[in-house]
Write a protein of this length. Structure first.
Length: 163
């Protein structure tokens, strides 16, 4: 890996980890389990558009591992890795058909798949399908958060290109 790419990937990883840790300190806006802004995903979307797929996957994996060590639990790690894997897969796949000018759409798709991954993980861990009751609410709130994160990511990538 060339030095410039390594530095970019390291910075993206560090920024996403800091955002993740700071967001865990912010009280939840709604009293529904699993609903949060997911601001660290702004950097994930940036990485999907600026880095190679394996680099984005490496950045996300490191962020999830370190985030779980710093302020999570083994259970939260499982939910995060399941949601993150589906989110990243969907984001990388959608990037091939969604242009950079519509990055917010990739972010919404990623958010939907992230919530789906977390619900599937919860259903497997808890051995119950009752967690799927949360899915409609998570899809709506996740889409709104994904839209916001996508617009932020789009602004960041645009700014990076002008540098």
């Amino acid at each position: 890996m060339k030095t410039k790419r390594l530095v970019r990937l390291s910075l993206l990883t560090a920024i996403s980890l800091v955002i993740f840790v700071v967001e865990t300190r912010i009280p939840s806006l709604v009293p529904i389990p699993g609903v949060k802004l997911g601001l660290a995903n702004i950097i994930t979307v940036v990485a999907v558009y600026l880095c190679r797929p394996w680099e984005a996957a490496l950045m996300l994996t490191v962020r999830i591992i370190l985030g779980s060590i710093f302020c999570g639990t083994p259970l939260s790690f499982l939910y995060s890795i399941a949601g993150g894997a589906l989110c990243l897969s969907a984001s990388i796949a959608s990037k091939s058909v969604i242009p950079e000018t519509r990055m917010w759409l990739t972010s919404i798709i990623g958010a939907i798949f992230h919530n789906l991954g977390q619900i599937l993980a919860a259903a497997l861990i808890l051995r119950t399908a009752s967690v799927f009751v949360y899915l409609p609410v998570l899809m709506i709130t996740g889409s709104i958060a994904g839209l916001f994160c996508g617009f932020c990511a789009q602004l960041i990538v645009k700014r990076i290109h002008t540098l």
